[in-house]
Design a protein around this ligand. Sequence first.
Ligand SMILES: [Zn+2]
Ligand SMILES: [Zn+2]
Length: 372
Amino acid sequence: MDTLGKTITCLAAIAWKKNSLSLEKVEVEPPKAGEVRIKMISTGICGSDDHTIKGIILVKYPFIPGHEGAGIVESIGEGVSSVKPGDKVLTLAVPQCRECSACLHPKGNFCEKQELGETHLMSDGTSRFTCKGKPVYHFGNTSTFSEYTVMNEISVTKIDAAAPLEKVFLVSCGFSTGYGGAINTAKVTPGSTCAVFGLGGVGLSVIMGCKAAGAARIIAVDVNKDKFEKAKEVGATECINPQDYEKPIQEVLFDLTGDGVDFSFEVIGNPETVAAALASCHESHGVCVIIGLVVGVQLNISGHLFFSGRTLKGSVYGGWKGRDGASKLVSDYMAKKINLDALITHTLNFDKINEAVELMKTGKCVRCVLLL
Ligand SMILES: [Zn+2]
Ligand SMILES: [Zn+2]
């Protein structure tokens, strides 16, 4: 390949400051030891990208956002053995080093080697991106809003060579986070009743997980009625809008179910919704899973809610061990065991990224895939 070992100049979306994303020419250096340079083919705008663009998540400016993506390996650094040029891959915000205590433990998936996530630089303390002579920070191990990106090998997973990249990018974050939250973290049981708060792409994927696990009743909750049709299409048995009631939503759910739900999911990242989702659970055995990103705030929850046996759990990337989980889910998609197509409502070219950010704010857009 003629780009091998050379700096590539390409298009990327850079956040120079809060709430601004501009398309710029960037230089992307070749990968160093343990790194992979990827030609991105597709990327989605996930809820947490919106958080980063708004500056809710701690970031360093200027940076290239984006974590949900699929592409093809362009070149590899020294010592990289799990992928080679030409391989189709997914980008993972949750790496899997296969060596740390989190990776080696049968439960959980929060790999300890997230240093890139905290420093926003590569392992050697430098960036592979520059724009107008200035270094540009990485984001979330990934920075997928660029025609080319450089990532650590432990955050890159090889997938089925026949997988359609304009679909399976969703396995890189949104779908897996929601679906796994129901299957792996909550361990939804057949015949159970579930409530899902927040009906974005991740919330809809939670509904799919609840359905796959055999839940009998799946109550979808959102303040935007435009989202109800899609929720029913993917498996919700009923949809409710908290604004239609005088009572708090947890009381409404108790009225609807008699004793509260067996499993509830907060997929917004709002501390008050977390408290309501927990209070909606059956007091003896109810399990509430926080999937939305609740950052920079304290949870204000009555200790009384736990006295009777409720459980509150956290979940990241649906509990899947990063690389193993993503490869498996892509195989499941190829075997038609999971449905990603229902979640992709819009397709735009990468240069329309700001239009895609606006689309995200409407109830009609679940996921907009950007093609690079
Ligand atoms: Zn995400
Ligand atoms: Zn690890």
